[in-house]
Design a binder for this molecule. Sequence first.
Ligand SMILES: CC(=O)N[C@H]1[C@@H](OP(=O)(O)OP(=O)(O)OC[C@H]2O[C@@H](n3ccc(=O)[nH]c3=O)[C@H](O)[C@@H]2O)O[C@H](CO)[C@@H](O)[C@@H]1O
Ligand SMILES: C=C(OP(=O)(O)O)C(=O)O
Length: 421
Amino acid sequence: MDSILVTGNGALSGQIPIAGAKNACLTLMPATLLSEEPLTLTNAPRLSDIKTMTALLQSLGAEVSTLQDGQVIAMSSHDLTSHTADYDIVRKMRASNLVLGPLLARFGQAVVSLPGGCAIGARPMDLHTDGLAALGAEIELKDGYLHAKAPGGLKGAVHEMRFASVGATENIVMAATLAKGTTVLKNAAREPEIVDLVDCLRKMGAQISGEGTSTIEIQGVDRLHGATHQVVTDRIELGTYMLVPAICGGEVELLGGRMDLVGAFVEKLDAAGISVEETEKGLKVCRRNGRVKAVDVTTEPFPGFPTDLQAQMMALLCTAEGTSVLEEKIFENRFMHAPELMRMGANIEVQGGTATVTGVEQLKGAPVMATDLRASVSLILAGLAAEGETVVSRVYHLDRGYEHVVRKLEGVGAKIERIKS
Ligand SMILES: CC(=O)N[C@H]1[C@@H](OP(=O)(O)OP(=O)(O)OC[C@H]2O[C@@H](n3ccc(=O)[nH]c3=O)[C@H](O)[C@@H]2O)O[C@H](CO)[C@@H](O)[C@@H]1O
Ligand SMILES: C=C(OP(=O)(O)O)C(=O)O
């Protein structure tokens, strides 16, 4: 298994291009199942998760090809040969469950493995199935698989979710595009990836309003057609690289960065003494003066502070002046990076969903292990700021969500290399 060697190298400056969003692309790809005409995505990120979704769609009989070094994904679901998302694929990647809504809507049947849990916590699907049942689907659990059918087609309904789940919103909205009549989804998720999905569905002929708010209304149509759509900027990759000058010093411009994607995160950076400025090409970030200040952070659904940036923010706060309290409210087990950061000299106490971080003057390089996607990049950030060498093992987690991480960080002066095993 490959590892990454990082050697602390002081302040880092330059530009980093930001890719299309993994979490948007992984919901846009299953949208191809809603139409027999081709769907083309541009600005796709080059990630192993995208390859996993490609394999899943191909296992259903869809044609998927990647062009322009993986940045364009051309898909066609004219004839499908299967309606089953196999456990072997779903257990690798929870986003596989996003084929449920589209398959059910267009074919009236779907068999999708439950994802089970992962390193960060449980990944239940009750909110997805409750919403689809409200649209008339009959769903039962057999052998670890959800067997869903809607022989007479789905019917629009008013449905309120008890929690604004991103995945459930995506499945329900996609299913409702082909349902008979109007669906009103209340307490819907407001994440930019939902807005991007709705933009794409609208290009395919769907009639939807209210995306980006808590109430989304979908007027079902008989069929959707082909479209071409550009994947929105990855706000999590953006936030991650915004932390490079914050933790190391220097000034970095994030090409393609947008303030509206990272509002709550920028507020916390500002309180910590980091300046973020809009430029013609994106966002420019640098430390205002001296050491970063401690700040308290609570993860929340959008527009709150994202759970997917909590591990990276913790790496920064390990070096801050004072004590910060981080509360993780989305996933019950998302502090696996804390003990690894402590191997680098960080002072962190974890109790349940709360981590108390008292900043230290200097982190020290160490061999550490990535336990999940965002944990792995938090260890790289810590390694960039640490004295000496840090070796991050199990980097296959990183490949799920960060394209060309070595090249991007070398571009701003980091000493980083991938060690092939
Ligand atoms: C609200 C939130 O921050 N969602 C994040 C979540 O999306 P993802 O779609 O994976 O998860 P959800 O938005 O559904 O929310 C997660 C929370 O809801 C609970 N839950 C979810 C579905 C369900 O049917 N029943 C249920 O109880 C989960 O146990 C968890 O506590 O992970 C993605 C990858 O990290 C992030 O990009 C999303 O921003
Ligand atoms: C945890 C993540 O992804 P997934 O939900 O696909 O596991 C993530 O993007 O940080």
